[in-house]
Design a protein around this ligand. Sequence first.
Ligand code: ATP
Length: 310
Amino acid sequence: MHAIEVRGLHKRYGDKVAVDDLSLSVELGEIYGILGRNGAGKTTTVEAVAGLRRPDRGEVRVLGLDPRRDRARLRQVLGVQLQESALHSALTVRELMRLHRSFYRDGADPGELIDRMGLTEQRGTRFENLSGGQQQRLNIALALLGKPKAVILDELTTGLDPEARRQMWATVEGMRDQGVTVVLVSHHMEEVERLCDRVALIDAGRLAAVDTPAGLVTRAGLEQVVRFRTATPFDAAILDGVEEARSVRTAGDRVVVTGSGNLLHAVSTALVRSDVAALDTSFERATLEDAFLALTGSPFDGSSDHGSER
Ligand code: ATP
């Protein structure tokens, strides 16, 4: 059984198709990233997964449950932290945590979670008086309160200071260690690259690609560059058999090799075989952000504008 299975999900708002026959599967225990430009349909998708939006058509299963038919059972196993959450703003951190704890048969200790999220000093502060980052931490704490088997985290670390962000990453990694399935919607490339086992790229409501972060970079087919010097004159013929290399040139005393695949390893191996010692080797490869831009459409093509009926 997949943790989450989405088949042919379709959602339109008026004339605007937000999610266009999207299918994806999330494995049990993986951290699954969802990346896409503003308005690509990420939030609509995860809201449908959480049972908070009714799709026009398509099927969703979360841990075998239908999010709309099995709402009560789903709430016991799925934690959800969304971009905008409607919390009672006059209640304090402690009150909100206790209230939400009462929704679950088997849940976490609110006090322990408040400490873990760095909200100990704010226990008695009303939600409306928390800073943006503190509200965000509380939202995450609320998502974890029911000891969920799967969690959806939409913009996990937006607004968090660097220390809190790193703590949040450690919390997510800890959840994976405990076998919790995590769906992470994020615009933070370092976060996605570091945490996610696989990433879905969503473009204008459709699935553009699913792969590991490194796999997406490879798929984008972007050039890699290896630069080095040699102590003795360099004979470019040494690299003739290296399939990964597309071009070899010299720039001053440097040799510059561009290519793709496992370029660094292939070049190093060829040099060692010919007994050539490379000095000052450097390696540049495309980042996940480069791959994201290469694999999704232009941001200004009019396909990802935001409507106002939200
Ligand atoms: P972001 O990265 O900006 O959060 P997203 O990928 O989460 O974007 P969605 O919020 O799912 O995108 O929106 C997808 C499309 O559907 C956008 O064009 C948006 O304007 C539109 N949309 C979303 N919610 C509504 C709504 N309630 N009424 C009308 N249009 C909507």
